[in-house]
Design a protein around this ligand. Sequence first.
Ligand code: GLN
Length: 447
Amino acid sequence: QSCLERINAVEPTVSAFITHDADIALSQADEADRQRAAGSVGPLCGIPLSVKDLLCTKTFPTTCGSKMLAGFVPPYDATVVEMILRAGGVIVGKTTMDEFAMGSTSETCYYKVPANPWNLEYVAGGSSGGSAVSVAAGEVLASLGSDTGGSIRQPASLCGIVGMKPTYGRVSRYGLVAYASSLDQVGPLTRDVQDCAVMMQAISGHDRRDSTSVDRPVEDYSAACAAGMRGVRIGLPQEFFPEELDPEVRQVVMNGVAALRSAGAEIVDVSLPHIDYGVAAYYIIAPAEASSNLARYDGVAYGYRDEQANSLIELYKNSRSAGFGAEVKRRILIGTYALSSGYYDAYYKKASQVRTLILDDFKNAWQSCDLLISPVTPTPAWRRGSKLDDPLAMYLSDIFTLSTNLAGLPGISVPGGLSEEGLPIGIQLQGPHFGESLLLRAAYNLE
Ligand code: GLN
């Protein structure tokens, strides 16, 4: 009830939700209560949560922030949604996001744009902006987002909460509407690291319905949140601290380094020489996969349909022209170009080769350290509208997060401090594949 009251009070100002429904939430809460009365208390029993509007839900429409999927109600729940409900969680609603998760501010959402609760004139980040805002504004206790190039960690950082992108394959993608299938991963956004561990526990594990899900035991993530960092080597990757880095961001991360050192960690300098090519490689690979994944939206099977068309081709053309927003069209054009015959070798193949070099850089780094510490974003949140007409500036804001996805690694963003203007600044930790426990332990020591 207190979350529902909070939603009523602040939702008109922060716009974290595309859909929310008190009746559905209360009936799920009743169900959790029945489970409890029957003696089975799930780890999320009665906890109000939100999920990003690209996770399929039977009870709510799933729009991906797009006109293209207006009113679409999937016939099934995503695996992570099933897992959360089975654990007793209560899903209050579906959160605002950049259209099809393409963006870094949630401003490309067709329905409404979330505002940063710390300063309503500023962006909440994206693409899981609504998820971050719903937690930061106290409307729910935790949320699920998706991270293809930073979309969990970046809004968490800009809104002053914790956000984790698990190792590729740790969490099922079944029922997650695909943006770039080889990069997408579902993960939690929470108020603190211990909540993040609880959520990770609830959603991790093998799913035979996702062929890229990995069959490997899930560790005890809550137990990983322990004091002390003795024996852990933290790498400082020089490429993540360029001269142009915002001085306040640099200071916050260096304070984090000092905190880990005094908790017993050893700090070592490392280098990832190919990181600088990450943005270029990502913005070929992600649009290439997106152009293929989004081919299914043709006005026939689901979502928006142009009713005026006189032929099949016209139906496709008109539905896609009116159903997709400008950024999605830009990505489809970039992607189809990069995959087209004659250009494939020059773009997609090259980008895939660079991706391997970046993975090798990380593997080399793990020879001398256990985790990497860095900024999440080059600056704190920026004013709404200020980068909307400049796609390149928008793409460059992902510079520190997207290499994690290219390499399939886990990463977490932890609140580090506030800028002079009073905007949150996060600290990023990245680890080796399936290094979630160690990441959570270090993150816990940063809080
Ligand atoms: N901002 C990046 C993009 O637009 C990442 C988005 C994401 O992680 N979903 O592709």
